[in-house]
Design a protein around this ligand. Structure first.
Ligand SMILES: NC(=O)c1ccc[n+]([C@@H]2O[C@H](COP(=O)([O-])OP(=O)(O)OC[C@H]3O[C@@H](n4cnc5c(N)ncnc54)[C@H](O)[C@@H]3O)[C@@H](O)[C@H]2O)c1
Ligand SMILES: [Fe+2]
Length: 382
């Protein structure tokens, strides 16, 4: 166990947060007369919400061509739409899940200039020039993107994933209206709730953790472990929706200062190559990661104990919890060939997000590979 050195730390998050049922109808003072574009999805419920926002202040344009996991090729077309506007916007209002919020960040960074944005993205540099401010209204609970300064941009045809990032991309406002998620279907509620749990835990076993991020993460994890199973049995429960929205927000605040770690590192190829939804891809390995994160840093053990109680049964507790939610911890159930699994785990341990992890990589590789083999044998999978 390493010595506690009490290194200096800081916590910083400039996003102003407003949370209320019906907050979607209270945007005019936040928009404050600025010409803006609205970024959202094309589905009917989003059209209705877009109209409610337009009644308060008419947007210059609505961009609703957002697909789940925003793609670089789409961002190019959306930039062209922005470049053709007769008047430049001074604000983006983003209404949707992580895909909409991350698209808004890409568009805010580009300000309609795709080539410049693209060069910066390829160079993996922080966005340095001016950006348009964002008012973020998350409709899932969730990615936490409403309080982070980065977004994930996928490029399916190139088989790659990029990060658009920089302090100027923190939204100006995160407007949390739990009513917006009341009709989120079972599967999306489950996936997005698991993503939030992964953010909270990943910020605990993270080299960038600090006392504030840990405190947010502990509260978020406890709330999600308690609320998500109840919510999945009672999707229309307003109080549970509010609790879940607040827990996802806390998880977002926690990892806004630490970034994610190994579970997310491992998830990206699973989403890109095997189409595993983000929330599942970054959560089904959490039980083994939990074990491999224990016993090295007293403060991490203490935080995990605050969530799971005894650490020697924490892996089993989390595995059982995932099973009650119908989430398999077996990579083969997601189409990942056993022969490829060890390589994917090894790559994740040594990539940039994996390097944020404060755990034992050798132990994790063994645990994940052993667990996959065991499950495979017990289910009679060849
Ligand atoms: N920037 C960050 O900090 C961060 C963190 C985690 C994940 N992400 C990214 O976020 C994306 C995933 O976002 P997501 O999980 O929120 O889902 P999403 O935005 O991809 O949306 C998935 C689907 O949910 C539907 N949907 C969303 N809200 C709904 C509602 N209230 N009612 C009915 N349907 C609704 C949408 O129409 C869409 O088809 C991924 O691309 C991931 O990489 C970003
Ligand atoms: Fe995530």
């Amino acid at each position: 166990m390493s010595t506690v050195l009490s290194p200096p730390w800081q916590f910083n998050n400039p996003v102003q947060i407003y949370c209320a049922n019906g907050a979607i109808d209270q945007l005019s003072s936040l928009i404050d007369g600025r010409p803006y574009i609205l970024v959202t999805y094309a589905e009917p419920v989003f059209k209705q919400w877009a109209e409610r926002i337009a009644q308060q202040a008419k947007p210059l344009m609505v961009i609703d061509s957002i697909r789940a996991n925003p793609d670089l090729d789409d961002i190019k077309i959306q930039c062209q739409m922005l470049a053709n506007l007769p008047q430049a916007p001074k604000l983006i209002v983003a209404l949707g899940g992580g895909s909409v919020l991350d698209t808004a960040k890409a568009l805010a960074a580009s300000r309609g200039d795709f080539d410049c944005f693209h060069q910066n993205l390829l160079a993996a540099k922080d966005v340095s020039g001016p950006t348009w401010p964002i008012i973020a209204l998350p409709t899932t609970a969730g990615t936490g993107s409403e309080v982070t300064c980065w977004g994930t941009i996928w490029h399916r045809s190139g088989g790659k994933k990029y990060s658009v990032k920089g302090p100027s991309l923190y939204p100006e406002w995160a407007v949390i209206d739990p009513e917006l998620s009341i009709n989120l279907p079972f599967e999306l509620t489950r996936q997005t709730g698991l993503d939030a749990l992964s953010h909270a835990l990943e910020s605990i076993w993270n080299i960038n953790r600090n006392p504030v991020s840990k405190s947010f993460a502990i509260d978020a994890s406890k709330a999600i472990l308690n609320v998500l199973p109840k919510l999945l049995n009672d999707l229309g429960n307003h109080d549970l929706r509010r609790q879940m929205a607040e827990a996802a927000l806390l998880a977002g605040l926690a990892f806004s200062n630490t970034q994610t770690a190994i579970a997310h590192a491992l998830s990206y190829p699973l989403t890109l190559k095997y189409d595993v939804p983000h929330g599942i891809a970054c959560s089904f390995t959490l039980p083994q990661i939990l074990t491999a994160s224990c016993g090295m840093h007293a403060d991490i053990d203490q935080a995990l104990r605050a969530i799971f109680g005894h650490l020697d049964i924490a892996e089993a507790t989390l595995t059982a919890w995932l099973k009650t939610l119908g989430v398999s911890t077996q990579p083969e159930s997601y189409g990942i060939e056993p022969v490829r699994w060890p390589g994917l785990v090894n790559e994740a341990c040594y990539n940039a997000r994996g390097q944020n992890w404060s755990g034992n990589a050798n132990a994790l590789e063994q645990l994940l590979i052993h667990h996959a083999q065991q499950e495979s044998q017990s289910q009679g999978v060849a």
